[in-house]
Design a protein around this ligand. Structure first.
Ligand code: GLV
Ligand code: MN
Ligand code: MN
Length: 423
């Protein structure tokens, strides 16, 4: 009798209902009335999700550990425990009005893959670990992908912990409470050798759904830069101060944003330019605004275009400052990522072996995998989401597609880690 190939056996043991059930259970933590989640980084909801992951992992006999950056690791021990592990995962934090799948899917698909590998009676040669990275979203503490960047040596932990949220709480203070919620977790050093990293994620765009393909083989991620812009004018009485005598920070900032938006527009509609936060102080109807703070997120697959557009930001802001002072600070800089050809090929072959139609694509969204790609062979697997909608409470995906992604993940992990039948 022909023996089933280990990777096919692992994929065959993925349980669609179990994966969906855990996604829905996790989606209750920080649930919003509109069916999404608000589980921002290092909040009590984020800590609760982490506790839930640890409990599920312990039920499966996985070893849970964490590092000083708040990253969580759940390990299925291999037959060669000294060999560098294969890592998979994503993040549990969400946008303030986020969905149930962005991030959570990659962590739970990893857990599902490990459970399937166990259920198929396989012992991987390399250990396989599932990770939940700290603060991927960057909505509460900027920049995002903090845990993975620190792990990969791309950011300094102490600097990141000094960052404050809009209530003045530092990431360090929030992290202290977050770590205290799982006091028994054993501690790992920040950054350790990895054989490979593979992250599963919903596409967050419309292409897989539109082409009817369940699997995206991700070749890379476009580059991104974030800036914080502070415009300082002067508070003045709205009824008495002639317009010609004002230093109105809002009018200056509005002119800057309009000019930047025009400068970033390209015929091919490839540049992504977003002002997602715009704060006006003191925020009183009858006081001329003294200060505006706004953020810029812009992205492009070509590093040269990112460089060229970056050079325009400060001059445009200065040209539209009027009598105000303006300060532009770069808060994030991630160059375009090319994933490892061998990992890309392993994902493609896994999809082929499972008869799942796949397409190669570049990610528009940022992911922790962009930092991991700096330290080990890395890649990603995308699955379709409804209407391409993400960073929205209405974010949705089909259980079948999510399970197919977990199948490709399980097969890919077995290929990368090697496996024997447990005996
Ligand atoms: C991650 O959520 C991103 O901003 O791309
Ligand atoms: Mn994500
Ligand atoms: Mn996101």
């Amino acid at each position: 009798m022909e023996e089933t190939e280990p990777k096919i056996a692992a994929a065959g043991a993925v349980d669609e209902g179990r994966l969906w059930g855990r996604l829905m259970a996790l989606g209750q933590i920080g649930a919003t009335p509109k069916g999404g989640v608000n589980r921002q980084a290092l909040s009590k909801e984020d800590a609760e999700a982490r506790r839930r992951m640890v409990a599920w992992a312990q039920d499966l006999g996985l070893a849970a550990s964490g590092d000083d950056a708040g990253n969580l690791f759940l390990r299925l021990e291999g037959t060669d425990p000294a060999a560098a592990p294969v890592l998979t995962g994503s993040h549990l934090d969400s946008q303030p009005t986020g969905g149930k799948f962005d991030g959570a899917y990659g962590v739970l698909a990893g857990l599902e893959a490990l459970e399937a590998i166990q259920a198929a009676g396989l012992r991987p040669q390399r250990s396989i670990e599932v990770v939940a990275w700290t603060n991927e979203e960057g909505s509460r503490f900027q920049p995002g992908a903090m845990g993975s960047a620190v792990f990969a040596g791309q950011m300094n932990l102490a600097e990141q912990l000094a960052v404050t949220d809009s209530d003045g709480i530092t990431a360090g203070e929030a992290l202290r409470d977050f770590l205290a919620a799982t006091p028994d977790l054993s501690r790992r050093p920040i950054g350790f050798p990895l054989a490979a990293y593979v992250e599963a994620h919903i596409e967050q765009g419309p292409r897989l759904e539109a082409t009817g393909r369940p699997i995206g083989v991700v070749g890379g991620i476009q580059g991104l830069r974030w800036f914080a812009v502070e415009v300082l004018g002067e508070a003045a009485h709205a009824g008495t101060t002639p317009v010609s005598m004002r230093k109105d920070a809002l009018m200056a900032a509005a002119a800057m944003v309009t000019a930047l938006n025009e400068a970033m527009a390209d015929a091919a509609d490839t540049v992504r330019f977003t002002v997602g936060r715009f704060e006006v102080s003191p925020g009183s109807p009858n006081t001329v605004p003294a200060r505006v703070f706004f953020t810029i997120d812009f992205r492009h697959p070509d590093a040269a275009v990112i460089e060229r557009l970056t050079s325009r930001i400060e001059p445009i802001c200065a040209d539209h400052a009027g009598g105000c002072a303006v300060k532009v600070t770069r808060t994030s800089d991630v160059r375009p990522t090319r994933f490892d050809p061998a990992v890309i090929d392993t994902v493609r072959r896994s999809a082929d072996a499972l008869d799942l139609p796949a397409m190669e694509m570049i990610s528009g969204a940022g992911h922790d995998a962009m930092h991991l790609a700096e330290v080990c062979p890395a890649g990603m697997i995308f699955v379709p989401c409804e209407g391409g909608v993400s960073h929205n409470e209405a974010e949705n995906a089909r259980p079948r597609d999510l399970a197919d992604g977990a199948r490709v993940l399980a097969a890919t992990l077995i290929d990368l880690a090697g496996a024997d039948l447990a005996g």
